[in-house]
Design a protein. Structure first.
Length: 322
């Protein structure tokens, strides 16, 4: 008998998990849950824990025949597919067809919809009808880092749980030196840019070196994580779904790297802010605003190198002006 899938250690015993456990124990869990937060891995871990308890039984009350959720005949998954990472109307209909039939082994069925915000308009409307008339003995788990990208009518028909990110700092080869060089560059900018061609060229060459190295770090980190994730994926995933997962890994890592750039910028500014330096405060507000704007554009398929280049050029102008 397989033991129960544990909750992420940092979440075990939290109010959200306690509510979910109590609802499962009383057989009162909502038919549709929206699990959202900043970290897809955390959301998947929670969804897997819920699916395991619904399909295999709670700890101490496990079924005679148990399966890992990803291999359970009554657990279904819907993922984005292709480089555009879209959930299509056809794949949504296919999932709905699977959950409409009676469960094969467990007393109920579970469907996990990964990155539900990637549903196109047609798929969202089809899925909305299922939420309005949910299949019997079925639990739908919707995972997203962008809950407000969903149709309001979908959000209004599901029970919301938000979970904090449990990820640690990125440890990819080359990332720590990149951040160190970025902080050193900020220090040179803040001390003033000499009005001569050689000094200006040095800052510009450093800027474009940071852009090039960022791309190399991201590619390397994506390859490493993809190798680990690929070994854990169900064997029946088609090529389009695998491409979408790999693209999602790259996008997730990219977001984490940009978050760490923001943190490094704030940490660099903190001593001056504590001292009451108003010019530093204005520069910090401006560059962080620019970074957040460019990160938003990444979701509209702006290239990360272009986004970083634009941010660093703005930093060159704003920090040297203070």
């Amino acid at each position: 008998m397989i033991s129960a899938v544990p909750w992420p250690p940092a979440l075990a015993g939290t109010p959200a998990i306690a509510v979910i456990e109590q609802a499962i124990s009383r057989q009162r869990l909502s038919h549709s849950l929206l699990l959202h937060g900043d970290d897809p891995e955390t959301l998947l871990a929670v969804a897997t824990g819920i699916a395991d308890r619904l399909l295999n039984g709670e700890p101490g009350q496990r079924a005679a025949a148990t399966f890992p959720p990803e291999q359970h005949p009554d657990c279904f998954a819907l993922r984005p597919a292709g480089k555009m990472r879209q959930i299509s109307a056809d794949s949504t209909r296919e999932l709905i067809g699977k959950v409409q039939v009676s469960p094969a082994v467990a007393p109920r069925k579970v469907a996990i919809i990964h990155e539900v915000d990637r549903m196109n308009v047609a798929a969202s409307n089809i899925f909305l009808k299922t939420l309005e008339e949910p299949p019997a003995h079925t639990t739908l788990l919707l995972l997203t880092t962008r809950p407000y990208a969903l149709l309001p009518t979908i959000r209004s028909r599901v029970l919301h749980f938000r979970f904090p990110s449990l990820t640690t700092a990125v440890t990819a080869d080359g990332w720590a030196p990149w951040l160190a060089d970025y902080r050193a560059w900020l220090g040179r900018l803040a001390s003033g840019v000499a009005n001569d061609k050689r000094a200006i060229a040095d800052h510009v060459f450093t800027l474009y070196g940071l852009v090039a190295r960022f791309g190399a770090v991201l590619d390397f980190a994506t390859d490493e994580v993809w190798k680990q994730q690929k070994a854990k994926l169900p064997p029946d995933l088609d090529d389009d779904e695998q491409v979408a997962i790999e693209t999602g890994i790259a996008n997730g890592l990219r977001s984490r790297l940009f978050v760490e750039i923001e943190q490094a910028t704030r940490e660099f500014s903190l001593p001056s802010l504590v001292a009451g330096d108003e010019s530093t405060r204005r520069a910090l507000v401006a560059v962080i605003g620019k970074l957040e704007h460019n990160v938003g554009l990444l979701r509209l398929n702006l290239n990360e190198s272009a986004a970083l280049e634009d941010f660093l050029l703005s930093s060159l102008r704003l920090w040297s002006r203070r």
